[in-house]
Design a protein around this ligand. Structure first.
Ligand code: BG6
Length: 489
């Protein structure tokens, strides 16, 4: 059981709270991992009573979780909910919030302020929390949870961070990258560092290249307000994909202590070879979905989505080639790729090994041996596969690819996502799966030169049909002809 706390959600009726945070809180409740005294406060502009908010949450969880919803757990969760009407722009509403937190004995002193709002509101909320003393509780702790994106580029991230750090110290700030809360992403660490057999192979002597792909069949849905002008490089690569890259590439940390782990991740980011302006087109590619189909259904192009400008050149697809200049990885390309409205929703880390040094089978019917692959499927199914070459049964000397799948590959996808673990970590005060500011800063340094050049090229963007696997032109990133994208398992 955890310590009790008051969790305030700023943006409690928004997309993130509705689709991610409240379902996660329900799962934590169902698992009986919340202290009975903990309370959840929604802060929002609606003139709602506690009962009104409970009704909304009941309906939206019912819609999302359907028949899996446990009525007892739901009733326990709803009984914790309190609603505070307030406008993020009005200082007097923060005064009322602070008064309520101090005067209501039902609300625990430990305070988690969760900013589930657009980043432009972060600075103002943080200032108001501090102005009302909510950044330092007389008894108990006060912790601030902020969502990505942290800024829009390197410079704005630094300005935002200075503003947060004026009111909250680094150990009070929890910067969420929700991929670090996914069990399958955390499994990269276990897979690498709990198994001795991998380590001798895990380097430039044996690995030809690494691919990290996140594909979504969904379009941008109703998120144009956030997405247009931001694009895939900022939305996915600067954060989630670079985080997965650090876990694949890092050295074993001296311990699992938050600082030790984050030190190693920062070393990877710092070792990524900087991309000079003249190399941007050789190492990065962007595109946008045009109209297309999924089966019999027609899909709109990005520019026809509600709220998107007709001339928008925001990328919905981005691919990037990186090199990590250290002893382990020098000259091994890491290909990162993400896109919306692709053929299937799937996230995959694919590691391709080199060919054996000797062509022993040249004089046989085996024409060309395929290389070994190690595939770690992150979602929707957790699955690990090794592809090896074996002899085909029969008289001929022919080879075929054998796929060794982990038993977990046949399990249905987990309904627990990522936020459950991360919320519990904040209550425990564990920073291991949150970003330290230097990580954010170095991740921006990786993508900044690309974003700067793309910002000057606003007249044209490649397109790909919605529902396809993206533009063929992205293949130009590959170092060699025998490299190609692995889409899904
Ligand atoms: C978010 C991005 O951070 O991650 C979204 O803003 C993206 O655009 C989402 O769809 C993907 O997360 P998940 O957990 O659905 O893979």
């Amino acid at each position: 059981m955890q310590e009790s706390c008051s969790l305030i959600i700023f943006g409690s009726t928004g997309n993130l709270a509705t689709y991610k945070l409240l379902p996660a809180l329900y799962h934590i409740e169902a698992a009986q991992r919340l202290d009975p005294a903990s309370r959840i406060l929604g802060f929002g502009r609606r003139q709602w009573s506690d009962e009104d908010w409970r009704g909304e949450v009941r309906a939206s969880l019912g819609e999302r979780l359907g028949s899996t919803l446990d009525e007892d757990a739901l009733a326990r969760l709803l009984s914790r909910l309190r609603f505070v009407s307030g406008d993020l722009e009005r200082p007097e509403d923060f005064v009322r919030l602070a008064e309520r937190l101090r005067s209501d004995d039902d609300l625990p002193d430990n305070l988690m302020s969760y900013l589930a709002v657009a980043p432009r509101h972060y600075g103002h909320i943080v200032d108001q929390l501090a102005a009302n003393g909510l950044n330092a509780q007389a008894s108990g702790w006060s912790r601030l949870v902020v969502e990505k994106p942290f800024g829009f580029d390197l410079e704005s991230a630094s300005i935002l961070d200075q503003r947060l750090q004026r009111c909250f110290s680094e150990d009070q700030i929890y910067r969420i990258d929700h991929y670090l809360g996914k069990s399958t992403v955390q499994n990269i660490l276990v897979f690498r560092f709990a198994n001795l057999i991998l380590e001798p192979l895990w380097n430039r002597n044996y690995i030809d290249h690494v691919q990290i792909s996140h594909a979504e069949s969904r379009g941008i849905e109703e998120r144009a307000g956030f997405y247009d002008g931001v694009g895939a490089m900022r939305d996915m690569i600067q954060s989630h994909l670079l985080q997965m890259l650090t876990l694949v590439a890092m050295e074993p940390p001296p311990s699992l202590d938050a600082e030790a782990l984050r030190d190693e991740k920062v070393k990877v980011l710092r070792s990524i070879r900087a991309i000079p302006r003249e190399a941007v087109h050789a190492q990065a590619f962007r595109a946008q979905y045009g109209p297309g189909r999924s089966g019999d259904t027609k899909l709109a192009g990005y520019r026809d989505e509600p709220g998107v400008g007709h001339n928008s050149t925001t990328e919905t697809y981005a691919a990037l080639k990186l090199y990590i200049d250290n002893w382990r990885w020098r000259n091994v390309p890491f290909y990162l790729r993400t896109g919306k409205r692709l053929g299937q929703t799937n996230s995959l880390i694919a590691i391709r090994f080199k060919h054996p040094p000797q062509q022993l089978f040249r004089a046989t019917a085996i024409e060309q041996l395929k290389p070994n692959w190690l595939l770690l499927n992150i979602q929707p199914n957790e699955c690990m596969r090794i592809e090896i070459q074996v002899k085909q049964p029969g008289l001929e000397m022919r080879a075929q690819t054998e796929r060794l799948d982990a038993s977990s590959c046949t399990l249905p996808p987990e309904h627990i996502d990522a936020y459950e673990a991360l919320i519990l970590d904040v209550i425990e005060g564990d920073h291991t799966h949150f970003l330290r500011y230097d990580e954010v800063n170095w991740a921006w340094r990786v993508v900044d030169p690309i974003l700067k050049l793309w910002a000057t090229e606003r007249d044209f963007i490649h397109t790909y049909p919605a529902g396809s696997w993206g533009p063929v032109e992205a293949n130009r990133l590959f170092d060699r002809e025998d490299q190609e994208w692995r889409n899904a398992m």
